[in-house]
Each structure stands twice: as C-alpha cells, then as structure tokens.
Design a protein around this ligand. Structure first.
Ligand code: SF4
Ligand code: SF4
Length: 364
C-alpha cells in the first residue's frame, strides 16, 4: 500500500490541476501540488498543512496521472497521527469514536432516540422481510439540528410503502471521516464491527442518509455483496411516479447545493433535482458552480470537528452570496455536513437551509 502510493507520486508531472481545482488553494497556505512534490522527494512538510484538506475529491477527479492527491493527503495525515502531531479537537473526536463509536462521545445507547419522534415503530433490520437497512449516521443520530432528517425519511419511506429497519445502538460510526483524518486502525475496527452486524442480520440493502456513509460503505468497505444507495436514489422514483403523494404547495425559490460526497465523488446529481422537481410550486435554481463543479462547503475530511487557523472567506459564505445573487430563498442540500456548515452564514443573510427530506415533509 505504501509502495503503491510512493509509485503513484512519482508519476506526478506537476501540472497543477490538483491545486487549480482545490477549494482551499489560494486563500490558505495549503497547496496540494506542493505537498505531492514534497512526498515525491520525501521532504519534510509543515505539519499544519494537511489539515486544511476537506477531502472533497476534486483533485483526484482532475489529476491526469491518477496520482490520487487526496489519498496522498490521507497518507501524510496518517504519519502525523502516528507521531501524535494532530490538532487536539481531532484527537478528542478519535478518542470519542473509539469509546462510544461516534465522534462526539455521546452515549451509544441513545443512538436510536430520534425514532421516538415517530408515531410508528421502526423495527430492527433483523425483523424485516426486505432486510433493507437504514444507516442513520452519527450526526443525524445525535445532533439536535439533524436528528429531524431520519425522522423525515422514515415518514417518507412509510408513506411510500418501503419497508426498512435499523441497527439502533448496534450501528457504529461508518468511519469515512476517521479514515480521512488518517486513523486507519480505528477505521478498520469500525468497518469490521459494522460488517459483522450486516452479516449477522443478513442485510441485503443499505440506504444511507449521509453521502459520507454511502461513500465509505460503497467504495471502501470492500465487496460486501450488499447494495448501497443514498436515500434520494430510492425516493426520487417514488415521488416522480406518485407512490408518495405531495398534496401541499411549497411556494418558494430553492437552490440546490451538490454535496461533494454525493455529487462529484459518487455521481448522484439527478435524483435530488428530480425530487425537488416533483415538489408542487417550487422554483428550482442552480448555483453558478453546480454538479461536478460544485463548491465544497468545507465540512468534510475532519473539518467538521475543528477549525483551521486562518482568516479567510469561508466557502459557505461564498455559497450563500451566490444563492442570494440568484434570488434563492432556500438552500437545499442532501447531506448533514452541508446543512451544518451552510446554515449559520445563510441565516445571517436571511436564507434558510433545508435538507431535501425537510422540504418533502412540508408538502406531504
Ligand atoms: S494533478 Fe496530478 S499530475 Fe498534476 S500536479 Fe496534481 S498530482 Fe501531479
Ligand atoms: S480533496 Fe479537495 S480540499 Fe483536499 S486537496 Fe483535494 S481538492 Fe483540495
């Protein structure tokens, strides 16, 4: 694995496409091309630099030599983790995940508390016929702002007659961010624990609420023989074909923000737009940078758990100003990380941020 990475960096031609596509370049001291160069020559790096990366994946998509610069950053971080050169807040998130299987250290036996807000019981996945698992995600299981998302999606699935179950407190953090922070050992533990539960209960399909969970379960857990989808991929045909009736009227201008892990990294661009297109009296707008070119919100790659030391205009502020200039009243997205990073700057400018399931629930 290490040799492979070393070989990959040797093929770098220093074209700079990675830095050109990087949402952190120019405004911060971070320069991914320069870090790849230093890795080529095994030179020392400033240990503060790798933590700027948001793991958006743009560099890896654009690189003409398949160097995978975003993976090079993870390798640089892994060395820093090994040496203990890691921001305190990230160290805390890792320790919490080790103990309670979520980065905030919230009690594991409260992981399914969100389901108490429903007026029907959500079964354990082992009790379902379909063996379709709703994988909830740490943010949506515990964060007061995002706990409404699994509640909404459960209601929508129920309305569409889609059977599903959960793992409850047996669900562990998916590890997408943990791997990107550079803690490969902890990631492997989480992977093994989740895979053991999937196997024990005969899970046949996993529906994730967070694109970050979808990414890691689909692409980094190895071949589990289990279909993994984002919930928008299941909901889009249900709302388009009328299996879920949307009798309300929304009456607002909505601009859709493509999450990096859903859009550019996993190609899910059309389903969220199809869902919004099916909402009555909703005017759908587009950002000047959308789909593959969507601007990262800066919430990924561990950046949800700590602030980098720099004074610069945050991408979330840029995004909100673009939304305002386009006449949007609401920024819609399909990722809890994006909800969390966009909401404060949007509120300051008088805009609301809504996860897609919140919009659908309003017209249900
Ligand atoms: S895009 Fe790829 S080849 Fe070009 S500088 Fe970056 S890592 Fe090197
Ligand atoms: S993953 Fe995104 S933020 Fe990280 S180096 Fe690549 S382009 Fe920059």
């Amino acid at each position: 694995m290490v040799e492979q990475a070393a070989t990959r960096v040797l093929t770098c031609i220093q074209c700079g496409k990675c830095t050109g596509s990087c949402p952190e370049s120019g405004k911060t001291p971070f320069n991914v091309r320069m870090l790849v160069r230093k890795k080529q020559f095994q030179s020392a790096i400033d240990e503060a630099l790798p933590w700027y990366c948001t793991s958006c994946g743009a560099c890896t998509i654009r690189c003409p030599r398949d160097v995978k610069p975003s993976e090079v950053i993870i390798e640089l971080r892994a060395k820093l983790v090994e040496d203990g050169d890691i921001p305190v807040a990230l160290q805390k998130a890792l320790e919490n995940t080790f103990v309670q299987k979520n980065p905030w250290g919230r009690s594991r036996n409260k992981r399914a508390d969100w389901a108490q807000k429903l007026d029907f019981e959500v079964p354990h996945v082992s009790e379902t016929e379909s063996k379709r698992l709703l994988f909830v995600c740490c943010i949506q299981a515990y964060d007061p702002r995002c706990m409404v998302i699994p509640v909404n999606v459960a209601r929508l699935f129920n309305a569409g007659g889609l059977e599903f179950g959960i793992l409850g407190e047996e669900e562990a953090c998916c590890g997408n961010e943990i791997r990107r922070i550079g803690e490969a050992g902890l990631f492997e533990e989480l992977e093994e624990e989740n895979k053991a539960a999937f196997e024990e209960y005969g899970v046949k399909e996993i529906v994730t609420l967070s694109p970050h969970c979808m990414n890691v379960l689909k692409k980094e857990y190895g071949d589990m023989g289990i279909k993994v989808v984002h919930y928008t991929e299941l909901l889009a045909p249900l709302v388009e074909e009328g299996a879920i009736k949307l009798p309300g009227s929304f009456g607002k201008k909505v601009i859709y923000h493509d999450p990096c892990f859903l859009g550019k990294q996993n190609g899910v661009f059309d389903e969220p737009r199809a869902i919004l297109g099916a909402v009555p009296d909703l005017e759908l707008l587009e950002f000047s940078r959308s789909r593959e070119m969507s601007l990262c919100c800066e919430g990924g790659g561990g950046r949800m758990f700590f602030e980098v030391e720099a004074t610069y205009q945050r991408n979330a502020d840029v995004r909100v100003l673009d939304a305002v200039s386009r006449g949007a009243e609401i920024i819609a997205t399909a990722c809890p990380f994006c909800v969390m990073t966009l909401e404060d700057p949007a509120t300051e400018k008088g805009l609301a941020v809504k996860e897609l399931s919140e919009i659908l629930t309003e017209v249900l």
